[in-house]
Write a protein that binds this ligand. Structure first.
Ligand code: ZN
Length: 311
């Protein structure tokens, strides 16, 4: 595998699958994850450890993790909302935990019925559990609604940075920023990631951008130019509240990889194989909308991946 300049963290099997009504059969999930890995994807958020009665799409989380950890070189990540979920994820053998913490006070109360400070306490509890059970496992806090919130509207930037810093103090290895509802614009992305890096240094984490208003790639580019080197994206743009017709929720992995590779930024991912990984996704979720401009248009004439003029 060639070296990569950045890390694409594929979130489709978690963020995508938990946002659609249908449940993808386990065998299809495993085929999809295998195809992503074969394309060179080296980090996948494969599941969410939540009670199956809340999210039946994730009932097979442990089984999916146990398969994914057999794939060489793959960092297997799972979302955990609390200590109990973290324990189950660690027992299944994940390499990395991600914990969502909402920067919007209103969203936090409505979504998890906890204040933001109470969620920081959960981060601390998970960090302590990790120290006891599996100190080599990484813990990331994903600051959701960092760029605005459908309930509250504006989310003050000072509160986003304050919360990210609290999560790191509580034991998270890194804190990233999520545009959960697709409100972000590139100037805001630059400002917030610059502040995050100033506050946290190399503990500033990933950019999780949505394409709800068509700004997903522009926001990723803005984050890249501020030094962000890990990007969440979802194959086929699956998931992430796509309430604007024709626009996906999550940033489309295929389009993001095309943009970066065309710029000469090495992703480690083979575009043709990445597009081939749409087949098991579509097969496992028949009838579900799958997005992506690059897969529809095809690669430009004469485009050869791996010709990096500027490196
Ligand atoms: Zn998302």
């Amino acid at each position: 595998m060639k070296a990569a300049d950045i890390l694409i963290s594929e979130v489709g099997p978690r963020d995508g699958l938990q946002s659609v009504a249908a449940t993808m059969p386990t065998a299809d999930k495993l085929r999809w994850i295998d195809a992503l890995h074969a394309a060179g994807v080296r980090e996948i958020e494969v599941a969410s450890f939540v009670p199956a009665r809340l999210l039946p799409q994730m009932a097979d989380a442990a089984e999916v993790v146990r398969h994914a950890i057999t794939l060489p070189g793959l960092t297997v990540m799972a979302l955990v909302p609390n200590r109990r979920g973290a324990q189950a994820a660690l027992e299944a053998g994940v390499h990395k935990l991600t914990m969502p913490v909402s920067a919007s006070a209103a969203h936090s109360l409505a979504n998890v019925r906890k204040t933001r400070e109470e969620m920081v306490d959960e981060v601390r509890a998970i960090a302590e559990l990790r120290r006891e059970l599996a100190p080599h496992i990484r813990l990331e806090a994903g600051i959701s609604t960092a760029f605005g919130c459908t309930m509250q509207g504006d989310v003050p930037e000072d509160e986003v940075i304050w919360l990210a810093a609290l999560c790191v103090e509580a034991g998270a290895d890194e804190a990233g920023l999520s545009d959960t509802v697709g409100y972000a614009n590139p100037a805001q992305v630059r400002r917030l990631f610059r502040r995050l890096r100033a506050e946290l240094g190399d503990r500033a984490g990933a950019a999780h951008m949505h394409n709800t208003r068509g700004l997903g790639l522009a926001n990723c580019l803005a984050a890249y130019e501020e030094g962000v080197r890990t990007f969440d994206a979802s194959l086929g743009g699956l998931g992430g509240c796509p309430y604007a017709p024709g626009a996906s929720g999550n940033v489309v992995t295929e389009d993001l990889v095309f943009m970066l590779e065309a710029m000469g930024v090495r992703t480690g991912i083979d575009l043709q194989r990445l597009m081939a990984a749409r087949a098991p996704l579509i097969a496992g979720l028949p009838g579900e909308a799958v997005y992506g401009m690059t897969p529809e248009a095809g690669l430009p004439k004469g485009f050869v991946q791996g010709h990096y003029a500027h490196v």
